[in-house]
Write a protein that binds this ligand. Structure first.
Ligand code: SF4
Length: 392
């Protein structure tokens, strides 16, 4: 894998977008089967070669065109000159005591053939969480975020830039490939890292089409969750997609007054409108909505909050994930276990399924955006966490 990383890093410098700059290598990563077929036709190759590349890249995770043995040698040689696979570059890895791996990934600037900057360089995080029978991969959809939730460290970065579909897919490919030897049969993907996915709609849905394609990365919709702060136009639009993941809503408050204080987006999309969008969201027979509720000690974790939340969600097919605040530098405290459990019990008693989730990898700065913040602001502080070499 170290060699793969070196190749990816090399490709990183050579590979630029967009695809129609004929003198620049074309980045294959993030392209759909149709786009790859069209690319093959533009090279006067049969269109089905595009489907072969698609399979080799996403289903078999071959990141070097020279190793796409389903292609003729002459085409592989041509692709080595004219195309590349620009994976994000692993800058650092951190392993938590519970086995969670956090990757700090560098994303390069993309330039056009005229040297015009299309995107600027950025750093994001992806997290790999192994469990007994499955692994969960948490990925970012933007570098930084503009939504400004007050309990979130990513918010303090502001929006740096949107990620491309290739940069979104690349995080899953890297996490799977790095852990190839120990992969369990089931993979869950959660879009809960840096960024608001529904504010980067087109690249996110393009990446999801590849992720959820049985001929692509073959992750099932049941095992893929997109989490939103409550962008109502995006929720409505996602509901119209043929291929879509499960939906999670970051609620975190029991009233508008409370939510306004920690999620300014609530002033634009208040709770009543948000829940109306949830009510019209077309759930599939097997599906439910997930509401995430970060328990901020002394702010939103009182029994009366639980009763209000139960009332708000009473008519929805929903479950609630309660996430006790993971202490960071922000001004909230961790609620004690008994209070979290009481909150859960009140919801349960009122017919709303609820679970207390303790976020994993806390010793590697598990709250979203924390590592990137350390990396950008104080690399020495980040280096005090357990860092592992590629060989480990
Ligand atoms: S919680 Fe999510 S939507 Fe809110 S600021 Fe953080 S990354 Fe953005």
């Amino acid at each position: 894998m170290a060699a793969e990383n070196q190749r990816a890093a090399a490709c990183y410098h050579e590979c630029k977008m967009p695809a129609n700059d004929t003198h620049l290598p074309v980045n294959l990563l993030g392209q759909s089967a149709e786009e790859l077929r069209a690319f093959m036709q533009s090279l006067s190759e049969p269109a089905y070669r595009g489907a072969q590349i698609y399979r080799a890249l996403y289903a078999e995770r071959r990141f070097d065109v020279a190793k796409m043995s389903n292609l003729p040698v002459a085409l592989r040689e041509r692709l080595a000159r004219e195309a590349c696979i620009a994976l994000p570059q692993i800058v650092r890895r951190y392993r938590s005591g519970d086995g969670t791996l956090r990757y700090v990934l560098a994303l390069p600037a993309a330039e056009s053939g005229t040297g015009t900057k299309l995107t600027k360089p950025a750093t994001v995080e992806a997290v790999f969480m192994p469990e007994e029978n499955r692994q969960t991969i948490c990925i970012s959809t933007q570098a930084g975020c503009a939504v400004d939730c007050h309990f979130c460290l990513t918010a303090t970065l502001g929006l740096i830039r949107n990620l491309t579909s290739g940069e979104i897919i690349g995080q899953v490919l890297i996490a799977l490939e790095e852990n190839r030897a120990t992969l369990k049969p089931q993979t869950n993907v959660v879009l809960m890292g840096q960024g608001e996915p529904l504010l980067n709609y087109e690249p996110v849905t393009a990446a999801l089409r590849i992720l959820l394609d049985p001929n692509g990365m073959a992750i099932t919709p049941k095992h893929t969750t997109l989490s939103t702060s409550g962008i109502i136009p995006g929720i409505d639009r996602l509901g119209c997609e043929k291929i879509r993941p499960k939906l999670a809503i970051s609620l975190n408050a029991s009233s508008d007054e409370q939510r306004d204080k920690i999620m300014p987006i609530n002033r634009k999309y208040p709770i009543e409108d948000l829940l109306a969008a949830c009510a019209r969201y077309p759930l599939r027979p097997w599906e439910h909505l997930t509401f995430e509720y970060v328990l901020l000690g002394g702010f939103n974790d009182a029994p009366e909050d639980a009763r209000r939340v139960a009332k708000l969600l009473a008519n929805l097919r929903a479950k609630v994930n309660l996430i006790p605040w993971n202490p960071g530098e922000l001004p909230y405290r961790k609620p004690d276990e008994a209070r979290s459990e009481e909150f859960r019990r009140i919801l349960d008693d009122k017919g709303v399924r609820a679970f207390v989730r303790y976020s994993r990898g806390q010793d590697v700065m598990a709250a979203c955006g924390q590592l990137a913040l350390l990396e950008s602001a104080a690399p020495r502080a980040a280096s005090s966490l357990e860092q592992i070499s590629p060989a480990q």
